[in-house]
Each structure stands twice: as structure tokens, then as C-alpha cells.
Design a protein around this ligand. Structure first.
Ligand code: DGI
Ligand code: FE
Ligand code: FE
Ligand code: FE
Length: 187
């Protein structure tokens, strides 16, 4: 699918602010793909669609998670997690994207997972460091991303976990599994 067509489909799903975030993630993901030798077209497509389901109702997302047999433990955790797997599903169903690598990058962009692919790492990190993000620590992660993607990714996951802990929020187990896996594999 061409960039323009993909952007048009996504724009209809998002607020202007979230669309601008998507454009930032897209440019960042392409840069990271070029730097770390991933497929730039897949990175572009996954980035454009990564938040496709962000504004679907909780009822619709819950229904999809149940009917499609996605991990049911998601339902016991923050609904913010749901738009990632639901997005992967809807992007295939409604936008006709069939590339499984692209769909997995969307599916795991919020929690990560054990054994993340290069493309999944790029989308997770691009989502965190795109130029429109301004949370504490993002400048450091942006700098780290130029040197070592895995170290930058670990920092991003650490920051996310700390942020959730400070807000007394639950942390989805896969987020911890992602963190542990990245640390274990770090050379
Ligand atoms: O959709 P975005 O805002 O661009 O970013 P995202 O998909 O990475 O994260 C969405 C939200 O999900 C964000 O506010 C943090 C939250 N989140 C990420 N990991 C976890 C989480 N929330 C809980 N409860 N547990 C997690 O492990
Ligand atoms: Fe998201
Ligand atoms: Fe993220
Ligand atoms: Fe995002």
C-alpha cells in the first residue's frame, strides 16, 4: 500500500494530535530502519498504522479480544494496552494489510514481548522517541537510540515501568517479560 493511501485511512481514525504523533513515529521509524538495517517500507507501514485502533470504544475492543481469542489476561489490565492487538486485527480486516511482520509490530508496540524482532523494536522505540514526545527521560533515550538500539529500548521500557509504578498503576506481565528478555540478551 502506498504511503498516501495508508495515511488517508489512518487520518480518518485519529484525532489531529494523534495523527501528528503518527507522522512523527513514521519518520523516526524510517530513520531507525535505515540505521539498523530493517526494511524501511515495513517500518513505514507499521508506524503509520500502529495506533489505528486508539480511539475504538472499550466495548468494541473487549469484544474483539474475546472473540478473536487474544490473550484474555489483557482484560484484567489497563485498557490502554488493548489498542495494540486490536489494531493489528483491524488493520488486517479493514485496511487489508497482510504482512505478518508489520501486523506483529503493531500488535506488540505497547507491551513488547519476549524475542522481539528488529521491526518490533523499531516501532516500540519510534513510538517512544518521536519528536512530539516530551516526557521525562525522552531526550536521553533519543540520544541512546543513535548508538545502541537495545540499550535505548531497555531505557524506554524501564521508564515506562517506573512511570506506571509511580502512578500506582498495574504493570502488564509481558512488559516485565520484555524488560527481562532484553536485559538477558544484552551483551
Ligand atoms: O498509544 P501511545 O500513547 O502512542 O503509546 P503506547 O501504545 O506505547 O502506550 C499507551 C499507554 O499504555 C501508555 O499510557 C502507557 C500504557 N502502558 C504501557 N505498558 C503498560 C501500560 N499500561 C499498563 N497498565 N501496563 C503496562 O504494562
Ligand atoms: Fe499505541
Ligand atoms: Fe509505546
Ligand atoms: Fe503511538
Amino acid at each position: 500500500m502506498e504511503r498516501e493511501e495508508a495515511l488517508k485511512l489512518v487520518k480518518e481514525q485519529l484525532t489531529e494530535h494523534r495523527y501528528q504523533h503518527t507522522l512523527g513515529v513514521t519518520e523516526t521509524a524510517i530513520t531507525l530502519a535505515r540505521q539498523y538495517g530493517a526494511d524501511e517500507q515495513k517500518a513505514e507501514l507499521a508506524a503509520i498504522f500502529h495506533d489505528y485502533a486508539k480511539f475504538r470504544s472499550k466495548d468494541e475492543m473487549r469484544e474483539i479480544i474475546i472473540v478473536q481469542g487474544f490473550p484474555q489476561d489483557l482484560l484484567e489490565f489497563n485498557a490502554e494496552l488493548w489498542h495494540a492487538p486490536v489494531g493489528a486485527y483491524l488493520v488486517e480486516k479493514e485496511a487489508g494489510i497482510t504482512d505478518q511482520e508489520v501486523l506483529d509490530a503493531i500488535r506488540y508496540h505497547t507491551s513488547g514481548r519476549i524475542g522481539m524482532t528488529l521491526l518490533e523494536k523499531i516501532i516500540y522505540l519510534a513510538d517512544y522517541i518521536e519528536p512530539g514526545r516530551h516526557f521525562p527521560g525522552v531526550v536521553e533515550v533519543r540520544e541512546m537510540a543513535k548508538e545502541n538500539m537495545d540499550k535505548a529500548l531497555i531505557k524506554a521500557v524501564q521508564n515506562t515501568i517506573l512511570f506506571l509504578l509511580k502512578k500506582n498503576q498495574t504493570v502488564y506481565p509481558d512488559t516485565f517479560y520484555t524488560y527481562n528478555d532484553l536485559i538477558n540478551k544484552l551483551e
